[in-house]
Design a protein around this ligand. Sequence first.
Ligand code: SAH
Length: 200
Amino acid sequence: MVIEQIKARGVKDSRVLAAMANVPRELFVPPDQLPYAYEDRPLPIGHSQTISQPYLVALMTKLLAPGKKDRVLELGTGSGYQAAILGRLAGRVYSLEIVPELARSAALVLRTNGFRNVRIREGDGYKGWAEFAPYDKILLSAAPPEIPAELLAQLRPGGRLVAPVGVDAQRLVVVNKLLDGTTETQTILPVRFVPMVRGR
Ligand code: SAH
């Protein structure tokens, strides 16, 4: 049903829809939210955080266009749902989460469900994950006031970053890093994500 809604809203990419159909969202929601796992809206996952709305997961994944061999970095693991979808489409996925308990539970869910190409670590998304840089694709699941320069530095020339950006009025943007290192930014639509908080 969610797949039908996502299609109706314009995401028709067959690889993305197959990945969405293939990864049960119920694995990533807390027990009290299970009845709503297949509703197209964000749900609370504890620690004042939410699992993203399926439509936005699908749209951001489509915009990111992860290739089979791509190395992808996600900032803001949360439940691990978006990371799992990326894992079905990309070569390797690295995802950072600032709340230690969420990083731990997402890593456990992914491990016990066979998402072997997804690696989760507790860390501050503003700093990225230098160890495995450069990345072909970078996806932000929380909104910074502006695109962090450090993340653009960890993006391969020819690579792409998709992110919600802004403080009050957020917008979803696609940033293409050209081969000469300059960037081109395209605004997609207004969105509302949790803010990307500063680590200490
Ligand atoms: N992709 C997630 C969405 C989770 S909401 C999912 O599908 O469930 C965004 C997440 O970003 C929250 O878990 C929040 O704790 C995390 N976050 C916020 N600021 C962060 C930062 N600076 N670094 C890493 N994670 C951050």
